[in-house]
Design a protein around this ligand. Sequence first.
Ligand code: DAT
Ligand code: MG
Length: 140
Amino acid sequence: MAIERTFSMIKPDATKRNLTGAIVKIFEENGLRVVASKRVWMSRRQAEGFYAVHKERPFFDELCDFMSSGPTVVQVLEGENAIAKNREVMGATNPADAAEGTIRKLYANSIGENSVHGSDAPETAAEEIAYWFAETEIVG
Ligand code: DAT
Ligand code: MG
């Protein structure tokens, strides 16, 4: 399996509860290396652009309000099979369905306030990394 990069966000519910380090520790323990990281308080417009794929969904407004409600840590993670590995350590979207030991099982408040985002495929990983980072900000 090749070394991949994926895009991750530690969402406002988690930064508010000072869980950034606890979440990064789980990434690192699972072979995911943080090769880019910054803390951003995204605008409503940035949230709408990032989540444009969901704009017809009933939860779109709630999602964009939440994501622009406080600081987020945006990151690029690198490692073997990083996209699938990150989805595995995150757990299911709804914490009620998430496996034991996953980030969402441990920390998510609800399906909306679910602590982390992770890209779901190579194409979305590339788009999402480019949405938040210049190539010079990624240091492998
Ligand atoms: P994931 O973040 O696991 O990739 P997704 O892409 O389907 O999930 O949805 C993006 C985010 O939107 C998700 O992390 C939280 C929010 N969301 C999804 N389904 C929701 C729902 N039924 N009610 C409220 N928020 C929801
Ligand atoms: Mg998704």
